[in-house]
Design a binder for this molecule. Structure first.
Ligand code: PAF
Length: 280
């Protein structure tokens, strides 16, 4: 199937309205490109929910801080198109920067609640407002019925779910399981920054989260288990931003026994920042 590539909101709406006239449902998969199997899983999951899947590719400057990796963020549009064509994706929305932020653009979606849980927000304070602003625009521009997000960016998943609810955007945000490499490393566009040695070490994040989850299930205190994981990662050469247990929905620090828990971690390996999380 040939993929249609649209670059502006007027063309996008023209295409989408044709589908809507036919009564077809639509799933959107928002991405920043440099697609890997994890993204393709979201596409496949999208097709399980809706008749048509639109993949958006836009490296959103508003979610990068001044010292972050915007300029070196991997871009591979040709490769992305090939991968999506192989999945029979009918349309890619790869907007020009002006289609998302036209001259004079003056709005921002400011998020609280899960966006202020003291996790990613603590280290990337601009991040979730940038994500919420672009994602709300993509939801409104596509008018999709479903939006597919990976659980790997767990806080982001909770933030966009909350945002759609708060802003009455009629879309169902669907969380999809993290796709992992054979050794357990969560797939991420940033993994390509890892050197060969770092790539081997990187799997320790998942292993330590698994060990911590196992300890908590067998009765060890959450803090004791997550601190041990953090110490172990530090010993292995990681610079740990956090390893913590949170309420799986609100991301608040757990107060009661029996709350649904998520173990969430972020750590640097050399110049690459890795994040991961698992349920307990
Ligand atoms: O997860 C990402 O790739 C981005 O944060 C998203 C959701 C596409 C918004 O730019």
């Amino acid at each position: 199937m040939t993929v249609k590539i649209v670059r502006n909101v007027a063309s996008l709406r023209r295409e989408i309205s044709q589908w809507k006239i036919q009564g077809l449902t639509i799933a959107v998969v928002p991405t920043m490109g440099a697609l890997h199997e994890g993204h393709l899983d979201l596409v496949r999951e999208g097709f399980k929910h809706a008749d048509r899947v639109v993949v958006t590719i836009f490296v959103n400057p508003k979610q990068f801080g001044v010292n972050e990796d915007l300029s070196r963020y991997p871009r591979d549009e040709e490769g992305d198109i090939e991968k999506l064509a192989a999945e029979n994706v009918p349309m890619i929305y790869a907007p020009t920067p002006d289609s998302i932020y036209p001259p004079g653009f003056s709005s921002s979606v400011h998020m609280e609640g899960p966006a202020m849980a003291g996790l990613e927000d603590k280290f990337r304070p601009h991040f979730f407002d940038g994500v919420a602003t672009v994602v709300s625009k993509l939801f409104i521009q596509t008018g999709a019925n479903y939006a597919m997000f990976g659980e790997k960016d767990y806080q982001q998943l909770q933030v966009v779910t909350r945002m759609a609810k708060d802003l009455d955007i009629p879309i169902e945000v669907v969380g999809c399981q993290t796709r992992r490499e054979e050794d357990g490393l969560a797939m991420s566009s940033r993994n390509r920054y890892l050197s060969k040695t770092e790539r081997q070490q990187a799997t320790a994040i998942y292993k330590n989260l698994m060990q911590a989850a196992e300890k908590i299930r067998s009765g060890v205190n959450q803090q004791t288990a997550t601190r041990a994981a953090s110490r172990s990662l530090t010993t292995l050469g990681f610079k740990v931003d956090y390893v913590t247990a949170r309420n799986a929905e609100t991301l608040a620090v757990p107060q009661d026994e029996g709350e649904p828990l998520r173990l969430i971690a972020a750590a640097w390996l050399g110049k690459t920042r890795l994040i991961d999380n698992i349920g307990v």
